[in-house]
Design a protein around this ligand. Structure first.
Ligand SMILES: [Cu+2]
Length: 309
């Protein structure tokens, strides 16, 4: 198993800025979030077949007429899932010591609201998030924030986005292709992500059929940024954070599936995987380094632009 927790990609540049960029926070969260993937894999029973590519066609078209009949608490939970889409990143912390008690209280309240509108495993997961954050607030033990079961619980309720909230489903896959190149590098790509999507509440579901962890950071490109996606991917983290905002994020272990929900608005989006390519395998593997630092999955193909209209 790839132990990214020990990988030296925690951002340090953020210290020089008063507020950490959302991208830096994403990276911080992912150093812990990837650890949770082992727990997610355990939660996904082996009879969970990865989605076939022909089912990856988004069915996001004729959703406007029939509003689902939801109770008030269900509707509140569905609204909460959109907010929770970036809560994982917020745990990375907005200060040197991680998230403040005020921030933790907000996230706990968010998950309490989600829990009250859901049932079953998704409700239990949301309740577990709120209880764990309460404990962190009471004890000050922020190590609990790195517990893989907490992070798994934070992602699990997102599945209700399509089953309860009826958000338009978009299924895609993280795929690795062993390259023919002499250095044995791997090419990576998302399969099944469309080039265009209609605006509206959308449930992204990522299935990982590779051997490494993969994530989906859904980034809304700012109107002020006019470069191409390839231009964007050349930017360093700070510059990328100036060009685009992370609006949703999820992460999956090999063989697992994870969801995230976002209310898409008109404009350009880039979905990318900001996990480093590892040099070798096993617990001692280190990120493969390029001329400008670690080589990210998005640099070897795991990025896709989606235009929302
Ligand atoms: Cu990846």
């Amino acid at each position: 198993m790839t132990d990214l927790k020990s990988a030296p990609h925690r951002p340090r540049a953020g210290r020089s800025t008063p507020r950490r960029s959302s991208l830096s926070r994403a990276l911080l969260a992912l150093t812990t979030a990837t650890v949770l993937s082992a727990g997610l894999a355990a939660c996904n029973s082996s009879d969970d077949e990865p989605a076939a590519t022909d089912s990856a066609t988004p069915t996001a078209t004729a959703e406007t007429t029939a509003e689902p009949t939801l109770t008030a608490t269900q509707q509140a939970a569905c609204d909460g899932l959109l907010e929770a889409a970036t809560a994982l990143l917020d745990l990375g912390g907005s200060g040197e010591d991680g998230p403040s008690n005020e921030e933790l209280t907000q996230i706990a309240e968010l998950y309490r609201g989600i829990a009250s509108g859901l049932v079953g495993e998704e409700q239990a997961a949301a309740t577990a998030v709120a209880e764990t954050l309460d404990e962190v607030i009471q004890t000050g033990n922020k190590l609990l924030l790195e517990d893989e079961s907490l992070l798994g619980s934070m992602l699990a309720p997102a599945a209700a986005g399509r089953t309860v909230c009826d958000y338009a489903p978009v299924d895609f896959m993280a795929h690795e292709t062993p390259a023919a190149s002499a250095d044995g590098s791997t090419e990576m790509a998302y399969m099944g992500l469309p080039d265009t999507l209609p605006a509206g509440r959308t449930s992204f579901q990522l299935t990982n059929d590779g051997e490494d962890f993969h994530e989906a950071l859904v980034m809304k490109v700012k109107d002020s940024y006019t470069g191409t996606m390839d231009d964007l991917l050349q930017l360093d983290d700070e510059a990328m954070a100036q060009a685009a905002d992370i609006v949703a994020a999820t992460v999956t272990a090999p063989g697992a599936t994870a969801a995230t929900n976002v209310d898409l608005t008109t404009g350009r989006y880039v979905v990318l995987c900001h996990i480093p390519v590892m040099d070798g395998a096993g617990p001692d593997a280190q990120p493969k380094m390029g001329a400008n630092g670690p080589i990210w999955h998005y640099s070897v193909g795991m990025a896709h632009e989606v235009t929302v209209s």
